[in-house]
Structure formats: C-alpha cells, structure tokens
Ligand binder design. Structure first.
Ligand SMILES: [Zn+2]
Length: 218
C-alpha cells in the first residue's frame, strides 16, 4: 500500500495526513459525533491549511472535552479564555466563539431533523455527489448549505469551508481519478448528468445542474 497512488494534495511525509486521506476523507459519514468534530475543526481551518488543523486534532480533542457538545455549549468566558491560552490549538477568539455558537445551532439541527446527519445528507437526497473533471472549492451545493447554516446562526461556514467539509464527510467524493480511493460505481458512457442508486453524477457543462438544491433558493 505504501507506494499506491493517492490524491496529489496528500502530503505523504505526514503520517497523520496519509491516514486521514486513506481512512476518512471522502468516505460517507453518518455519525453525528464525528460530523460534529469535523465541522468544528473545519471552522477553525478558515484561512489556514487543513493539514495544520489535522496536526492539532488531538490537542483540540483534549481542549474541547472530547468534543462533548453539551459541555462545549456550556463554555463560559473563563473557559473561552483558557482556550485562548492553549498553545495546542488555533487561538482565535472569533473562532472559539464560533465553536460555541455553532454547537448551539448543531444541537438545534439535531432536534429538528432527528440528527445532523439527516440534515446534511438531505441536501443530496442522501446520495453521494461525484463531480467529474473538476477542481473547485465551492459548488451550488456548498453555496446552498452555507447559506442555510448562516441563516440559522452559524459563522465560519462560508461556501469554501462547507465544500471542504462535504468532501471530508463523503457527501462529495473528491478523490482524483488516479487515486486508489477513487472507486465510484458509475461509468462515463452516458456522459452528462446521471443518477443511479447511490451516486449523483455530474460532469462538464452539467456540473451545476443540481435541481435538488433549489429548495433552499428563495
Ligand atoms: Zn484520494
């Protein structure tokens, strides 16, 4: 496995990053606890590299009480200040505030949709999105989800952050075609936009033809 081809962004010298690419990134995730951790980490990523955040993941877990959402929601000013003094994490007052505020919204979404997983996967009808022939950092899907999360009160959830999050949790399968993790069960013979049981497949000029996302456009 050592010399297998991987997505070009994956820094092979960083064991943590390689493990993340091979075992987590792009794999459909439905566990609210893991979704919560990744979303909070993505918010901290804003303006920085994902690799930087990933390297600090264990420190984040320790600092944020193992990402126990109820504990995070209850953080007071004293705890926020303690986080500001923790050299193991990204010390940004606005992001720390966002982590707490976003947790409240996350919890509300769990209540409204039964789970955050249900909420986030509902945007694609619980299907994986495969975007062919493209390198992009936002899409109509991430635009729509970003807009909805902001409307609900989250911050640091711009379209680029959400696009990255969606790739991370496997709503969007972003593995490159020559990556060993690229295993979509669709073929290109129908070209254009094609839908099968598990995957929403888009390519070329049809990349933005995403009718399901229109429910949020108002
Ligand atoms: Zn890959």
């Amino acid at each position: 496995m050592g010399h297998s081809k991987r997505c070009s962004w994956c820094n092979l010298k960083n064991e943590t990053y390689v493990k993340y690419h091979d075992e987590e990134w792009g794999r459909p995730l439905y566990d609210d606890q893991k979704l919560y951790e990744l979303l909070i980490l993505e918010c901290f990523q804003a303006g920085l590299s994902w690799e930087c955040v990933l390297n600090k993941r264990e420190s984040f877990r320790a600092a944020f009480d193992g990402f126990d959402i109820d504990k995070v929601i209850a953080y007071d000013e004293k705890k926020k200040q303690a986080l500001m003094n923790d050299p193991g994490i990204i010390r940004n007052r606005l992001k720390i505030k966002a982590a707490v505020d976003n947790s409240i919204v996350f919890k509300a979404l769990q209540k409204e949709f039964g789970s955050f997983s249900n909420y986030i996967w509902s945007f694609t009808g619980h299907k994986v999105v495969l975007e062919e022939f493209t390198v992009r950092t936002t899409s109509p899907l991430s635009d729509a989800i970003s807009k909805d999360l902001k409307k609900r009160g989250m911050t640091f959830v711009g379209s680029t952050i959400i696009y990255s999050f969606l790739q991370s949790i496997g709503v969007i399968n972003g593995h490159s075609k020559d990556c060993m993790c690229y295993t979509p069960k669709v073929s290109l013979n129908e070209g254009a936009c094609r839908i099968n049981e598990d995957i929403l497949f888009f390519s070329g000029e049809h990349l933005d033809a995403l009718p399901m996302y229109e429910r949020l456009e108002d």
